[in-house]
Design a protein around this ligand. Structure first.
Ligand code: UTP
Length: 283
């Protein structure tokens, strides 16, 4: 199972980051000097992905512009000998073969993934949520691809989360196959406490088979009236094999204020110039 394609759903409304996200896509909010979505594209590329489809909507042209060249700006940077800025401005366009598609209606994550059907064709593919940054030695998408290849199964990224987080995300019914890899039997979206299977929840990364498209097409709107990817996964794990990988990485949900601040501070502390200044500042 070779996974060469990835889908990045970035068409959500970003209501948790309003009012900033009224006119700026939340995926373009910077974590230090790079927009959040660049970290995600880099993770995909470092996992062996060659073709990436980013799902956007009407207000998100800035994402498309960011992964394009900017001839006037580049020329001006070259003229003034700002070569490192020039390199950083050119880099995003060369990261991978990046395509864009609009999700014309914000009908949920499951619907956004379904929109990628013709891009994906008949191959397994990765899904990386556009606002979840993962930091680990091995890219999380690569950890999932390795498990998907080993078990010839779909794979979801998961971690043990608090009771509150289970109610916010989802809950997996699983059985251990080896250290940190589990077989998935069932999954429920945003369960009330009495309905949860475990405190393992899916967090932001998936390797799926194209079977998911027919499933999503027949998945009715679920929680919040949206077509939920989790509901589709619930069907997929019952009709074919699925594993959950308890990935080694720290996750930052940059789509909410606390996660965004956490990423900004922790990335800042690790930055060669900003780090020493930030430590002094906190003193
Ligand atoms: P989120 O729920 O985190 O994003 O969806 P959101 O809807 O933008 O956030 P809030 O709740 O309004 O603040 C998870 C991912 O799915 C994408 C989002 O862009 C995000 O990357 N998504 C969600 C879509 O692409 N389309 C949708 O219809 C919904």
């Amino acid at each position: 199972m070779k996974v060469k394609k990835a889908v990045i759903p970035a068409a959500g409304l970003g209501t948790r980051m309003l009012p900033a996200t009224k006119s700026i896509p939340k995926e373009m909010l910077p974590i230090l000097d790079k927009p959040a979505i660049q970290y995600i594209v880099e993770e995909a590329v470092n996992s062996g992905i060659e073709d990436i489809l980013i799902l956007t909507n009407r207000g998100k042209n800035a994402i498309e512009d960011y992964f394009d060249f900017a001839p006037e700006l580049e020329e001006s940077l070259l003229k003034s000998n700002k070569t490192s800025f020039y390199d950083s401005v050119r880099a995003p366009a060369g990261l991978a073969n990046i395509l864009f598609q609009r999700q014309k209606e914000t009908k949920g994550l499951g619907h956004a993934v379904w929109c990628a059907k013709s891009f994906v064709g008949n191959e397994p593919f990765a899904v990386l949520l556009g606002d979840d940054i993962m930091v680990g030695d091995v890219p999380v998408t690569k950890q999932l691809i390795d498990a998907a290849e080993k078990y010839k199964a779909a794979a979801v990224g998961a971690q043990w989360v608090s009771d509150d987080a289970v109610e916010k995300y989802c809950s997996l019914k699983i059985e251990e196959l080896e250290k940190k890899v589990f077989k998935v039997f069932d999954v429920i979206e945003k369960p009330p406490p009495e309905k949860k299977f475990s405190n393992y929840a899916i967090l932001g990364r998936y390797v799926l088979t194209p079977d998911i498209f027919d499933i999503l097409e027949n998945t009715p709107p679920g929680h919040g009236g949206e077509i939920q990817l989790t509901d589709g996964l619930c069907t997929l794990c019952k009709q074919s094999d699925m594993v959950a990988v308890d990935f080694d990485a720290k996750r930052y949900d940059t789509g909410n204020l606390v996660g965004f601040m956490e990423a900004t501070i922790e990335f800042g502390l690790k930055h060669p110039e900003v780090g020493p200044w930030l430590r002094e500042y906190f003193k």
